[in-house]
Design a protein around this ligand. Sequence first.
Ligand code: ADP
Ligand code: MG
Length: 250
Amino acid sequence: MINMKDIKADAYSLGLINTRDSIDKLIKVAEEKNQTYTELISAVLTGELKYRVNRAKEKRIKEAGFPYIKKLEDFDVSFQYSITEKQLKQLAELKWIEQMYNLIFLGPPGVGKSHLSIALAYKAAQEGYKVSFTTMSNLVQILRTQEISRRSKTKINRIYKSSLVVIDEVGYLPIERTDANLFFQLISDLHEQASIIITSNKGFEEWTEFLGDAALATAILDRLTYRCDMISLEGKSYRLEHRSSFLGKN
Ligand code: ADP
Ligand code: MG
């Protein structure tokens, strides 16, 4: 006599988690709707497949390392007029990742650099691309400690396997020469292997200063800008313009 407990145990042994959890319901629906055997088997397999696709998507998003999620549809192009609705649409199609173009968002604080980077990378992760997000200071830390820290090694391995790597806040803090060399090495390795999004508050002429070396800055920029769209975001800080206070006006 076959019982449900054995079926569920077998499903579990085979890694069919969704089937284990929803087989009762699937059978009930099949009985109610007078489904054929073919229809029932198809429902079992489709359910399992959907579950797996969804789980893989959630895993990709979790492992990308986003500090928070931002969405493209929440970006107000009427406030940030340096980028047009059409450009945003083109970017949202993600063909630039397929063609390994880089994006560089430049501009002062609060103009939407992180928002756009996270939103594009989030969309990419949803659509099946492996994505890694890091800030520059975090990246330096990871590069420095990759040989001694498992966590850093895992993160760096993921960066190397990503189709899109976001490096946020490049140039906020000056970095040491050895770190600048490690950064150059990484950019060289990723060059034409993955897309990179850089955000920075520093114009290219200032990169020498925070990288501490003109030749190195040129070499890095040379690779980053080879196939690249540079988007200078201007205008007011969205934060300042939309700030709220706890006490309110008096
Ligand atoms: P930056 O990285 O350039 O300093 P952020 O992307 O972090 O700025 O933006 C600051 C805050 O303002 C975030 O909460 C972001 O979602 C919001 N923001 C900035 N620009 C826009 C915009 N054009 N439309 C909607 N929200 C925006
Ligand atoms: Mg930012």
